[in-house]
Write a protein of this length. Structure first.
Length: 361
């Protein structure tokens, strides 16, 4: 595993606060492999998720290790210390205490909180509790004080008999796909990002979670869910994409700047599918700060939303999806190079990366 970009808080994990990748000679063989605590197979990284200023990884043994900014307890170590910004901190980086005998299957890092799906299908979240994004019926931070993790950190109440299959953490909200294919979201409800037809926060008061938190249903059911800064998109099993929340930059892909999910009657069957083009469907989606990208069934890539930094990949800084006539067949595929197609795509605050069919990125 290698990391590059802003290193202010140690989020790159190299034992300092240097940026990497912003000067000549810093990449390639000169960029070291990240040490997450050992050389054995058990310490190899299986999955990684990056927030604004912290990074979390699941290792082959199912343990979780986090580094970077420790503010609000987002690293899960019972304090607010940064890790990875000083010499020797990665070699001695402990595993996050998930509870007795528990390991992680999936990890999601938000702006200032982290959530994990455990081996038993339960979900646990830690870090900033503002807006109820942790899902514990209050706004308390967790993981920033002694005795808050491990068996003392409860599972998020997803409802009677329900477990989590997938989880996504945004700037200030969290969404999970449950075992029955439904979706539940909690945290900040601003702009309709939770999809409940209002702008109320959920998960920040007693009695708001569990069976009292309504499930969002789509037909067919949801395969993948992604969260941007203030919006949410779902990839359904038929390859269609539906998005809700803040629409001001066209990130929802509906040819306007309207918010969706913030008023009654806007969700479910009434929420249209994003027009990806004639006979096109999506295989994978990614949400950035204010933009969205999809890998289509023909392995091409289309992106829409905020384009001011070139994050859409169209050779300009125009936003797309915010005006009529910009989506569907009028939205071109991103030029990945002659004969090249995409296998995986990831979107950050204002940049996008793709793994191509030849293994390059």
């Amino acid at each position: 595993m290698k990391c590059w970009g802003n290193g202010d808080f140690g989020q790159l994990g190299y034992g300092d606060t240097r940026n990497r990748g912003d000067g000549p000679g810093e990449m390639g063989d000169n960029l070291p492999i990240l040490d997450v605590g050992g050389s054995s197979l058990a310490f190899k990284v299986k999955a990684v998720s990056v927030g604004i200023s912290h990074t979390c990884a699941i290792l082959n043994d199912g343990s979780v290790r986090c580094w970077g900014s420790g503010s609000n307890g987002r690293l899960g170590y019972g304090d607010t210390q940064n890790r990875g910004d000083g010499a020797g901190e990665m070699d001695n980086l402990p595993s996050v205490d998930l509870g007795s005998g528990r390991s992680a299957k999936f990890i999601a890092a938000g702006e200032s909180h982290t959530c994990a799906i455990l081996d038993d299908g339960s979900a646990k979240c830690w870090g900033s509790g503002a807006n109820g994004r942790l899902g514990y019926g209050d706004t308390q931070n967790r993981g920033d004080g002694a005795g808050e993790m491990g068996d003392n950190l409860p599972s998020v109440d997803l409802g009677s008999g329900r477990s989590a299959k997938f989880i996504a953490a945004g700037e200030s909200h969290t969404c999970a796909i449950l075992d029955d294919g439904s979706v539940k979201c909690w945290g900040s409800g601003a702009n309709g990002r939770l999809g409940y037809g209002d702008t109320q926060n959920r998960g920040d008061g007693a009695g708001e979670m569990g069976d009292n938190l309504r499930a969002i249903h789509f037909s067919p059911t949801v395969k993948t869910i992604v969260t941007g800064k203030a919006f949410t998109c779902a990839l359904l099993y038929d390859g269609s994409v539906k998005c809700w929340g803040l629409g001001q930059n066209g990130q929802l892909g509906y040819g306007d700047t309207q918010n969706r999910g913030d008023g009654p009657g806007e969700m479910g069957e009434r929420l249209p599918s994003v027009d990806l083009g004639s006979d096109r469907s999506a295989k994978f989606i990614a949400a950035g700060g204010d933009h969205t990208c999809a890998i289509l069934d023909d392995d091409s890539v289309k992106c829409w939303g905020q384009g001011q930094n070139g994050q859409l990949g169209y050779g300009d800084t125009l936003s797309r999806g915010d005006s009529a006539g910009e989506m569907g067949d009028n939205l071109p595929s991103v030029d990945l190079g002659s004969g090249r197609s995409a296998k995986f795509i990831a979107a950050g605050e204002s940049h996008t990366c793709a793994i191509l069919d030849d293994g390059s990125a």
